[in-house]
Design a protein around this ligand. Sequence first.
Ligand code: ZN
Length: 228
Amino acid sequence: MFLYAANIGRMLLEMRKQNDANLGASNTALLVIDVQNDFCPGGHLAVEAGDTIIGPINQMIAGAQNVVATQDWHPQGHSSFASCHPDKAPFEAIEMHYGVQTLWPDHCIQGTKGAAFHKSLQVDAFQMIVRKGFRKAIDSYSAFFENDHKTITGLDGYLRNRQIDTLLLVGLATDYCVAFSALDAASLGYKVAVVMPACRAIDLGGSLAAQITAMGDSGIELLDYVPN
Ligand SMILES: [Zn+2]
């Protein structure tokens, strides 16, 4: 009886996996967030083990009908860089005109190697690349809105036009650009899942736990496996 129940449980789990994450569906897109050199080991704002997610992401790309990517893309002297604020160090926070902003090391400067996608990433599959953070006075974590939560990137219009209503998110970093994108997507009405094994976090002052709670509270599914 126990074995029977365990088998049924496993079958249900497999069904759930297939139902929840059908990357081959026309209404579903894989959203690859900021898998760029500066966020990988050796980069200017390296996320620990950031490059270890590239294999699983490529595996998902291979089975996906729709693939969209974001690219952090800052001008020199961007206002989110600590180097632009006297007496401030990276990872300190300041008050900007749109709210609290964490300051970062200079990173992902337009046209530099650090801003390029990691060389192992299957970039040829990207159907759309959303560049964000190109306005000097405002940062942009989310793929949908800049950090004032008002300025749009255009991604929502693109996805709606293509009748895509379900998103699977992967990339860097779990607790910043992935989480902000997932939360905005959920608030815009998309069905959202974050593939946790294909993300890595910065985890600054408890940011990872806070964002996991926020995403759970917003109905975002946190997958602990890599769908294909
Ligand atoms: Zn940035």
